[in-house]
Design a binder for this molecule. Sequence first.
Ligand code: ADP
Ligand code: ZN
Ligand code: ZN
Length: 778
Amino acid sequence: MYLQVAVNIHIYQLLEYATPDENITERKSPSGAAYDNTLGLVFSEDATDPESGSGLASEQEAPGPKNPSIMKGCRVLVPVGTREVYGVVISQNQTPGASEDGSPRNRVRKIIKFIDSAPVFNSSIISLLLWAASYYHYPPGEVFFSALPPLLKNGSPARLPAIEGWERTDIREPEQLLSRLKRGREAWNCLKDQSLSAQDFKNMGISGSVLKSLEKKGMIRRINLRERESPWQQRNITVNHEFIMNEEQSRAVSEISSRSGFNVFLINGVTGSGKTEVYLNLIEEIILKGQQAMVLVPEINLTPQTVSRFYRRFAVPIVCINSAMSARERLDAFLLFSEGSAAILIGTRSAVFTPMKFPGIIIIDEEHDSSFRQEDGFRYHARDLAAVRARLENIPIVLGSATPSLESLYNVKIGKFHEIKLLRRAGNAQPAKIIPIDMRREIITRGLSDSLLISIKAELEQDNQVLIMLNRRGYAPKIICHDCGYVFSCQNCDSNLCYHQDRRILLCHHCETRYPVPSQCPMCGSSGLTITGNGTEQLESCLRESFPDESIVRIDRDSVTRKGVLEQYLQEINEKKHRIIVGTQMLAKGHDFPEVTLVGIIDIDSSLISDDFRSQEKLAQLIIQVSGRAGRSLKKGKVLLQTYWPRHPLLELLIRDGYDAFAQEELSKREKLRLPPLTCQTVIRGNSPSHRSLSDLMDEIYFLMQDVAGGFPHIRIHPPMAAVMERKGNRYHLNIVAEADTRGEMQKFLTALVKRRNELRHLCGCRAVIDVDPTVTL
Ligand code: ADP
Ligand code: ZN
Ligand code: ZN
């Protein structure tokens, strides 16, 4: 038997230069192994000897698949050059097969060791990962290893910890043995009809030594309770309904469940329309059939409140996966879900790779959220991968948002997705009214207009809560010399330093470098330094001056640093300990603030004039999402936007006709300009500490791309362009944008390009990566 193995070795995607001390394997092409250096694949011979590999090896020694014909998806240790590395078996063949260029694989090596006795990835996940590797042009070896939970990357056993427990043996004449054992008899009696865990006994005050003495007499034995647990499907699943669905909600549920197999649904429902209630009802149908549900949410929405809503509803095992969990917790959740012992998984982006034993449904809440996109290393979009996965598993996938991405709305337009609209807020809450404040006519105190201050005061007098959002943390984004105009900027980036009063530092928001607060200008020596602009810290202090008796809470990345702090603040807000809430866009996401009746958005103008063609889509989503935090209960809400362009066509359209009208308008604009999602983009991102070698390299890549594109009439390639921040983290960044009308054409082009990458010179310190379907172009 011959195996193809995806190995955990770093190899570059397009181009990377290694300094002698960096260990980049491809450059040291491991001799002797049949190693495909563009993919990170190794071809190995199965070392299990049919004579000795009789499956009798004890569990403790683990290695060796239980059934040698199913090695696909198991981890193995394989030789690559002189090293031993972990890999995942991705195919099994009777012959060694041939390499890409057709030459036979004649240097097949033997597997050193099997790590797993059962696959860690099932065949759907293997297909998904191979699809992703080919679509994103990322080496399969690295794709497989970024999909594994951290502990499985280093060869730890894929096993759940045992739950120690006890049960009776069928011993005769126990009475005789129990005489004079008071605690022992108590333990014995408890085990009459059931087995109990070591923890249960501890809770009853029965010590381990009591149990051990019964064990010695042969009366009870140690067991692993995990193996005795009956599957959740066999238990009585209770479901607690909080409300009766309204008509729109029931229609959505029946429309989705009436279609079987793979289908993509987009629930386009205004904020507060009760999308979660729809998900819960869909999940109910799925788990009553004994199948599993996977729910993906943005990182910031995975709060205990979200999870508890699921627990209150269903008495089934539920697991969570997010980056704040320990490696052990993540592995346990991965294993419980993949072996089918958990019914529901609630997770962030990377949870999309968790196998399901009984695939039922995938739900992506807030599908427009940018956190579903991985922005470095293996760049992928979890929403897109989830859709591919649902197709492979032939199950429905439901995307939900009040502000769907233009990508999803376009897919609705061309008939790929089924759209379901929820137009009314559940439970009779009224939509908030959006009103621009014309800043040209206002008296402004440190960024706050009089109109906004007056409205805040009025709401507080009614004992309501107000939420003020400014998408910039810190105290002030700029510090300038009043005498010579010198602006303090980062040594590593083309960026101004932001003044953080709380932490008493200047901070670069792009590379996180800190600088001491200066007392003098380094150019002219003047001590007349002034700050300009406004951040959330300053906004908070300004509101404290205007409302000295109010308790104010600030929510941004500086105030919410430790785990649990955000939850605590949200709790305090719900208890109305604070009536003024200040923060960044962290506030716009998903949280429910029923007592908030006024939302103020401080600065929207920079997004209105941005060069990035996606900035208006993002701004519209932000305005609608943050507006959705207001007026969730019976109190009516109001949203005030501070702007110098109250008559901006985007704002007028959004306010008058809503997000859908805005999105349709934006789509036709993108069509005219031939921009995504009507076309598809790939960006080649290059970076280097030397501007000179980077621009040489990017020119070279550009010419190669043009040459390759000769065979593809519909590929358009733009000359290298500086990134929005050209110098960042002490490296220069240049991009080449390629566009195609169809994905198929783009894929063929990229494949042809990657095949010719060896023609590129390796210039000192340069790197270049391929970013397919980027969410940020420049
Ligand atoms: P969305 O996710 O669409 O913003 P949620 O699912 O969070 O909305 O629901 C918004 C609010 O409406 C929640 O407070 C929820 O408890 C309530 N709600 C949802 N469905 C109903 C219903 N059918 N009847 C009454 N209240 C409901
Ligand atoms: Zn100066
Ligand atoms: Zn910097």
